[in-house]
Design a protein around this ligand. Structure first.
Ligand code: HEC
Ligand code: HEC
Ligand code: HEC
Ligand code: HEC
Ligand code: HEC
Ligand code: HEC
Ligand code: HEC
Length: 394
């Protein structure tokens, strides 16, 4: 059990501790055992708590493989500085090093998106390993659209592969900091719970249903990209005039159909899912689930909402003396909260807000401060305990 700097108690079972420290220390090699003595520290995180992709692209595509990994490098000091230049930040996924053999996305990308991609390279130009690019607006480094699929190289399904992030000093080539972060991806979309026609694939059943109900001819246009007609901010498509955006179409049309399944969490009929459990954060542990934050299917499908942009904010539920939360009009994942430090640097990705219920997602916090939850140990970044109070502000 740890008592944080804020007098709050974070409970953690002894068994969980053992697992966590195992994960945290065994995986990073060549680093000092006490990251709080190193001159530099790096924190990495995926932009979304879960990226969802299709498994088979031969018939239809909702979303392609596309994970975006960020890292913020800090030079520790009495006054820490966020490192902008002079370093090279690289990433790799040791258990998941190739993708082209795990999904047929590369085969159908030309027909779906009009692009021919080299093997194992994604739509953002990044591969399964490589160098992260500096994003000066965010003050971090990023690899946009890593095309990771949820299958490890040994063939096992793993929606939570770990990326290793390494920072080298350009002047000497020395490794100055390392960390690991989950790169979450899943194709557990259980459309098959309702779309089952004997002798037909799930996609065939869906396309036929669409054609019958809406007078389209999708079955003869395969592979179909849903976002070619339905606007989708996730893919940056404007859609066709008069056709509802994809999120609104899906959630509104399916709202009255959800009675066909009896699940504890209906959102898991299409989002991953009962196997994957994509929401694995402190809120899940405290009984705050999808609908508490997002509302029900009809609310998500509200045509007046701008999908992917208008999302819940922490500030809509959390108020605290002297604390500021997201910058106005900005998503959590694009906001900063303490001297330019990204919210995600201290709290983790959306839906994985620490302390998470999963050891791998807690590994970074464990390694840096030896307890889970937000980075609240000032000495992760400051070399001496600051005299001034902690400012939870931009
Ligand atoms: C809870 C049950 C259920 C689930 C889960 C479900 N659907 Fe449906 N869906 C239906 C029903 C019922 C229809 C109407 C079928 C018909 O009349 O032909 C339908 C119709 C559709 C249609 C036709 C357009 C329309 O009017 O809605 C599409 C497209 C569709 N579903 C896509 C999907 C996709 C993609 C998934 C998984 C991500 C999915 N559905 C999951 C029940 C479900
Ligand atoms: C060729 C254009 C086109 C493509 C491609 C397309 N749709 Fe549609 N979709 C439409 C049109 C047109 C409608 C009817 C809109 C209306 O009646 O307002 C529709 C309706 C829907 C609806 C029902 C909306 C409602 O409120 O009843 C859903 C759900 C849907 N589409 C999902 C999908 C999915 C999933 C895909 C990919 C598999 C897809 N669509 C691909 C044109 C398209
Ligand atoms: C019938 C399938 C289905 C169900 C059930 C479903 N979703 Fe979705 N949801 C989708 C699809 C498909 C997308 C991706 C749309 C896109 O690419 O823009 C999506 C995207 C989203 C998004 C991101 C886009 C946006 O609108 O901001 C949110 C948030 C979301 N869903 C919340 C929920 C919640 C909350 C529930 C449960 C109340 C739920 N969904 C249930 C199919 C579903
Ligand atoms: C504690 C509140 C909370 C809960 C619980 C929650 N969400 Fe979210 N969700 C958010 C916030 C905040 C965002 C915007 C995060 C961002 O991108 O900055 C978001 C964004 C999303 C998105 C868009 C992708 C993204 O990360 O921006 C999807 C899809 C989504 N949520 C689905 C779900 C589903 C499905 C569940 C349940 C399994 C769920 N959410 C539970 C708060 C929540
Ligand atoms: C729908 C309301 C809602 C939203 C939106 C929401 N939270 Fe929460 N949050 C809660 C509730 C309720 C709890 C549990 C409080 C408790 O157990 O006393 C909680 C707990 C927490 C805790 C644990 C605090 C503690 O007591 O240890 C953290 C950290 C947290 N939330 C961060 C966030 C962040 C970051 C966001 C935005 C990405 C967010 N929350 C969005 C309702 C929300
Ligand atoms: C330097 C690290 C750091 C950064 C950056 C940071 N936070 Fe926090 N955050 C904390 C700490 C520490 C707490 C207090 C945890 C506790 O009470 O033990 C906290 C608490 C919270 C809480 C819970 C407040 C409550 O009700 O007790 C929310 C919500 C939250 N932060 C959201 C954000 C958002 C949104 C951002 C970005 C705009 C952000 N944080 C940036 C460290 C950080
Ligand atoms: C994730 C890294 C990180 C953590 C953890 C962190 N800080 Fe900071 N802190 C920074 C950065 C970066 C700055 C910006 C320094 C600057 O203004 O250039 C900063 C600035 C400050 C400042 C202003 C310093 C000055 O003189 O300008 C104070 C005070 C401070 N932090 C207190 C705290 C306290 C107290 C804690 C622990 C509760 C804490 N910080 C945890 C990174 C961190």
């Amino acid at each position: 059990m740890n008592t944080g700097k804020f007098g709050r108690v974070i409970k953690m079972g002894a068994a969980a501790c053992a697992v966590l420290s195992g994960v945290a220390s065994a995986s990073i090699v060549g680093r000092s055992e006490d990251p709080q003595r190193d001159p530099y520290v790096v924190m990495a995180y995926n932009d979304l708590g879960m990226h969802c992709m299709n498994n088979d692209f031969s018939q239809m595509m909702i979303l392609p493989p596309y994970n975006t990994l960020h890292a913020q490098v800090i030079r520790r000091g009495v006054e820490p500085t966020i490192v902008e230049t002079g370093v090279t930040v690289s990433y790799e996924l040791p258990t998941n090093t190739h993708a082209t053999d795990k999904t047929n996305f590369w085969e159908y990308a030309p027909a779906l998106l009009g692009v021919t991609l080299p093997p194992d390279v994604g739509l953002g130009g990044h591969g399964m390993f490589g160098t992260m690019i500096r994003n000066s607006a965010r003050n971090d480094f990023e690899a946009v659209g890593i095309p990771v699929a949820p299958i490890d190289d040994d063939g096992r399904e793993n929606p939570y592969p770990l990326a290793f992030v390494t920072v080298k000093l350009n002047s000497t080539g020395a490794i100055i900091a390392q960390t690991q972060a989950v790169v979450p991806v899943s194709w557990e979309m259980s459309c098959n719970l309702c779309h089952t026609t004997p002798g037909e694939s799930v996609a065939t059943s869906i396309l036929k249903s669409h054609d019958r109900l809406h007078g389209t001819t999708l079955i003869s246009q395969q592979p179909v990209m849903c976002a070619s007609c339905h606007a989708d901010n996730a893919l940056g498509t404007g859609g066709q005039q008069g056709v509802p955006n994809l999120s609104s179409a899906m959630h509104l049309a399916h709202a009255p159909r959800m009675g066909q399944v009896s699940m504890e969490n209906n959102c898991y009929a299409c989002h991953p899912g009962v196997r994957t459990n994509c929401q694995r954060d402190v809120h899940a542990a405290r009984g705050v689930t999808c609908t508490t934050c997002h509302g029900d299917m009809a609310a998500v499908g509200n045509p007046a909402r701008n999908p992917w942009v208008e999302e819940p904010s922490c500030a809509s539920c959390h108020q605290r003396e002297e604390f500021e939360f997201e910058q106005p009009g900005q998503l959590f994942r694009n906001s900063t909260g303490h001297g330019g430090v990204q919210c995600m640097t201290c709290h983790g990705s959306p839906h994985v807000i620490g302390p998470a219920v999963t050891a791998t997602d807690n590994a970074q916090a464990m390694r840096l401060q030896n307890h889970t939850g937000p980075l609240n140990d000032c000495l992760v970044c400051h070399t001496t305990q600051p005299d001034e109070p902690f400012e939870h502000k931009r």
